[in-house]
Design a protein around this ligand. Structure first.
Ligand SMILES: C[S@@+](CC[C@H](N)C(=O)[O-])C[C@H]1O[C@@H](n2cnc3c(N)ncnc32)[C@H](O)[C@@H]1O
Length: 252
């Protein structure tokens, strides 16, 4: 991967991968998903970038480097109160990782829960990434509450929509609400473009097109590694997709 001009800075995807490699994961984004976030942010023309759920900064760094190109900002909302298996603050480690990545000027930490932060929020949002509290009601509140600020043509991405119940069920709403086009799955991230009033997209098509994904995911050791790798490559090229109002975005 070559170098890309990044608002006066130079960065390559490989460099971002190595920046995030040492950061503790907690259901964190994969490199492929990170690259997707990075590309969405690079293409963002209007509105700021909001991340709900940062943990120690892995996804924030992908978003941050994408934001830097357009001199944009990432508002990273997280109370940083740890996880059930790792109680205690993650804030200091988060700040350290953001500093090490050279993103202190780009990332604005908001150390609150998403609902607390929402009460005072006023900016239009160009990219909304949801990866905070994974309970169904919480994901829906993030989707409905923060989604109101998403500009037309802006992108929404929800993590963990493939295996975790809350985000997966919320994806159904995304299809049914009638305000999103080009709904696509990459890894476990469902992403879409805001297009108000286009009407609902049939969810069953997604469920059917997800079947090969599910088969590969649950095949465990039954399939040889090389077959699995090939399978994922093909599915990445032809992901479960709504086929409604496709845009050029997937080619980013
Ligand atoms: C799965 S981790 C996020 C992983 C991160 N996006 C990454 O890729 O590395 C979930 C995060 O959501 C945060 N969180 C939990 N409840 C939240 C809430 N109500 N509002 C905002 N963030 C929340 C947790 O503190 C945790 O850091």
């Amino acid at each position: 991967m070559g170098y890309k001009d990044c608002g006066g800075y130079e960065v390559s995807v490989e460099e971002i991968k190595s920046l995030v490699a040492s950061i503790d994961s907690y259901n964190s984004v994969s490199d492929k998903e990170g690259e997707l976030l990075y590309n969405l942010c690079r293409a963002c023309k209007e509105g700021v970038i909001v991340e709900i759920g940062s943990w120690k900064g892995r996804s924030t760094i992908w978003l941050g480097w994408g934001a830097k190109e357009g001199n944009n900002k990432v508002y990273a909302v997280d109370p940083h109160s740890g996880s059930p298996t790792e109680p205690g603050s993650t804030y200091e480690e988060f700040l350290e990782n953001i500093k090490r990545a050279g993103l202190e000027e780009t990332v604005v930490p908001i150390r609150r829960t998403s609902m607390e932060a929402l009460k005072e929020w006023t900016f239009p949002i160009g990219i909304l990434f949801i990866d905070g509290d994974h309970k169904y009601e919480a994901v829906v509140n993030d989707f409905m509450g923060w989604g109101k600020f998403l500009v037309e043509g802006g992108s929404l991405a929800i993590h963990d929509t493939f295996v975790l119940e809350g985000p997966r069920k919320c994806t159904k709403l995304l299809y049914e609400c009638g305000n999103f086009a080009d709904i696509t799955l990459l890894g476990s991230t469902t992403y879409a473009i805001k297009k108000s009033g286009i009407g609902p997209t049939p969810y069953f098509v997604r469920r059917i097109s997800e079947l090969p994904y599910r088969a590969l995911y649950s095949s465990g050791r039954r399939l040889p590694k090389v077959v699995k790798r090939l399978g994922w490559r093909v599915l990445e090229k032809y992901p479960p997709h709504s086929w409604r109002y496709p845009t050029k975005r997937r080619a980013l």
